[in-house]
Design a protein around this ligand. Structure first.
Ligand code: ATP
Ligand code: LTN
Length: 345
């Protein structure tokens, strides 16, 4: 009897928690930009939210992928999620293509999204420029699939990097438009974009976002880079000629390095500035490398261990897909009813 009461209380608490959803594409080497801008925030948020973390493989294929690489990247990303500390006991962790409702809802949402809206998306324009030989419909429809991911789970909060702000605004517009046309169906999600670290820049060009699809490997630090590679890349990172370690608009490269340092050393940017007062870049750069290596080494070790345990990874995915499917199907059924579809007998 007492046990049952405790269980009910736990369930109730779980039910009252706000819903959080986020995802990363298994489209290459995950960078420290993805870690600082997304995963690191998820770790703290998963304690307080009913969290759902997705590996968005349907999104990844909007850019040409080698199938064997996509498969390997998906396992690697799952192992990375877990190695970083995402907890499948607390959160739902799954692969997007395992829950067909994502593609199904996207189709319905397409009918309340205007071509003009999708044409204006900066990521679409950027990707068209970068992949001129493969401007496919999926690339244009990418933000609708993202809205579908979010709205399916009646999500309250979406933690992402700054580059995803425009996509989130569109998700909100789509939700509001559907709600006003068909009656309240979706929760309108809020973005969560951290004040610091939501836009880590390239180590070679502080005007460009650090991106896992950058052709220049020196531009990003991958979560699987070795200590030697990390040291070498920071050593080669572009800096200005004034050697003071100071944060400011006039020093975009050093500001970026200070942001990275503070995220990995666990201090504020101001504390980092103080720490390196009077020291030059020659002192600062190896110290950033040390701070990054100290965080990445244990994660890499755990990721490697997990990758050798496919049975466990499969269990995590099976349980995640089941939990996600149940919730997603509920929303989709509601949507189909609102649209006037005759239910299957
Ligand atoms: P690509 O550059 O290949 O399009 P990506 O590196 O942007 O991919 P995504 O899977 O699209 O990776 O992004 C996953 C998450 O990481 C998103 O929340 C995104 O906003 C965040 N993110 C990506 N790059 C950065 C960055 N440089 N700084 C901070 N956050 C980032
Ligand atoms: N478009 C996102 C990845 C993504 C996502 C989502 C993020 C797909 N679906 C839903 C948050 C919520 C990106 O980072 N490029």
């Amino acid at each position: 009897m007492a046990e049952k009461t405790v269980l009910n209380q736990t369930e109730e608490k779980q039910e009252k928690k706000k819903v959080l959803f986020s995802g990363i594409q298994p489209s290459g080497k995950i960078t420290i930009g993805n870690y600082v801008g997304a995963i690191k925030n998820w770790l703290t948020l998963q304690e307080d939210y009913d969290s759902i973390f997705c590996i968005v493989d349907l999104h990844a294929i909007t850019v040409a992928q080698e199938p064997s690489e996509l498969r390997a990247n998906t396992w690697n990303l799952l192992a990375l999620y877990l190695a970083c500390g995402l907890n499948p006991e607390k959160s739902t962790i799954f692969v997007q293509s395992h829950v067909p409702c994502h593609a199904e809802l996207a189709w319905a949402l397409n009918t309340v999204t205007y071509v003009g809206e999708l044409n204006r998306m900066t990521q679409f324009k950027d990707k068209c420029a970068r992949h001129a030989d493969n401007i496919n419909m999926g690339l244009m429809d990418y933000p609708v699939l993202m809205a579908s991911d979010i709205l399916l789970y009646q999500t309250d909060l979406v933690p992402v990097g700054a580059d995803q702000k425009q996509h989130l605004e569109l998700s909100r517009d789509i939700a509001q438009r559907f709600n006003s046309r068909y009656g309240t169906t979706f929760v309108v999600p809020e973005p969560y974009i951290a004040k610091h670290g939501s836009r880590i820049m390239s180590l070679q060009d502080a005007g460009a976002k650090m991106s896992k699809s950058d052709e220049n490997e020196n531009a990003f630090i991958s979560m699987t880079d070795t200590p030697d590679e990390i040291r070498r890349k920071f050593k080669r990172a572009v800096t200005d000629s004034d050697t003071r370690v100071r944060f400011g608009d006039d020093k975009p490269e050093i500001s970026n390095l200070l942001t990275i340092y503070s995220a990995f050393a666990g201090c504020t940017v101001q504390e980092a500035e103080k720490e390196f007062e009077g020291a030059g870049y020659g002192v600062f750069k190896p110290r950033i490398a040390d701070a990054v290596i100290a965080v990445l080494e244990p994660i890499q070790k755990e990721q490697k261990r997990l990758l050798a345990d496919k049975a466990y990874l499969n269990t995590v995915l099976a349980e995640g897909a089941e939990k996600a499917y149940y919730r997603a199907r509920r929303t989709l059924t509601k949507v189909y009813k609102k649209l006037g579809f005759v239910p299957r007998a």
